[in-house]
Design a protein around this ligand. Structure first.
Ligand code: SF4
Length: 331
């Protein structure tokens, strides 16, 4: 049993079917009290200042032996060479320089079914599993994904779940916190807690689009201002609430790796369904995805505030002021 590091959502069913443990390095980075220090570690090693903080964190998590040991170590990393991040190639090269084994995986940009299936088969061969085992895992995970989708539904329909918990449970579906049984129990306990919870009475309903925030207190901050996030776009995609029997189709329906226009259709549908007042578009400093802001603004017919984060930590004063002004405008 190996511990397989991932830097974004990949077909986790394959890792589990092969008897390995998936570990999302983003979650290790951002939940660590040492997250700020990790960014500095990467810069000290030579990472340029004008490279995204997530990439630096992903580098430090793997390369710093003490940090790596503190969460049980990683044997290999799956490198998504297409469909995730323009910096992944160089990140993987610096991993290789440090002697870390990487396994390539690519989402075909045009969502081609056969190419995606081929990529999944290659990953299955490298990790040592087959379709039968993968489908057995998928059927089990689908039940869990259904329960996480219930948390999402309670967020926007019953109004009993906070924006942060909506974010947390869905973003955790990239690796199910490396322990599917414990995560299932956690989800069930949370659902029990919220079954009788009082409804939120926020004035404003927001959507959060873009990569998950590097800020640690964004959701509670907005709730103190009378606005709750009832839609987390990319996090919901990580949770894959599609419920198709075909696992290749499941990873085709996942919008994040296939360009902004597929994402826009999903966002438009959820703006309508969840009755949103406005969107927060989060962009990461030095991320190529910032360019997509101009497309999102042109295509989406709803007020949008674009905010930018750089290093891990609390929301800065300037961003707080801009959020405050946006909420006032929505009111
Ligand atoms: S925020 Fe952008 S640059 Fe940073 S890891 Fe994600 S996709 Fe890459």
């Amino acid at each position: 049993m190996a511990r397989i590091g991932i830097t974004t959502t990949v077909p986790v069913e394959i890792i589990l079917a092969a008897g390995h443990v998936p570990v999302d390095l983003n979650n290790i980075f951002i939940t660590s009290p040492e997250a700020g220090h990790m960014v500095e570690t990467a810069e000290e090693a030579g990472y340029p200042r004008n490279i995204c903080g997530w990439i630096k964190g992903l580098y430090a998590v793997m390369v710093n032996k003490e940090l790596n040991d503190s969460f049980g170590g990683i044997d290999k990393v799956i490198a998504v060479t297409q469909g995730d991040c323009s910096n992944t190639h160089a990140l993987m090269e610096t991993y290789q320089l440090a002697g870390i084994e990487t396994i390539p995986f690519a989402y075909p940009f045009d969502r081609d079914y056969d190419l995606l299936k081929l990529q999944m088969e290659k990953l299955m061969n490298v990790l040592g599993t087959n379709w039968e085992a993968v489908y057995n895992v998928k059927r089990e995970l689908d039940k869990l994904r259904l329960r996480v989708a219930e948390i999402d539904r309670r967020t926007w329909e019953d109004n009993t779940v906070s924006g942060f918990h909506n974010h947390l449970y869905q973003v955790s579906c990239s690796d199910f916190n490396s322990d599917t049984a414990a995560f299932t129990a956690d989800v069930e306990q949370f659902l029990q807690q919220t079954a009788e919870a009082a409804e939120y009475a926020d004035e404003l309903r927001l959507g959060f689009i873009g990569v998950p925030p590097i800020f640690t207190d964004l959701y509670p901050y907005m709730e103190t201002m009378g606005a709750r996030v009832v839609y987390n776009e990319v996090q919901r995609q990580f949770a894959m609430p599609y419920f198709t029997d075909d696992i290749v189709e499941q990873y085709r329906m996942y919008t994040y790796p296939y360009g902004v226009f597929n994402r826009i259709k999903d966002v438009e549908a959820e703006i309508e369904r969840r009755n949103l007042d406005g969107l927060i578009h989060y962009v990461q400093s030095f991320c190529f995805r910032q360019i997509e802001d101009m497309i999102l603004r042109e295509k989406l017919d709803i007020p949008i505030l674009t905010i930018e984060g750089d290093k891990p930590g609390k929301v800065d004063a300037r961003t707080k002021l801009r959020i405050e002004g946006f909420l006032e405008m929505l009111r």
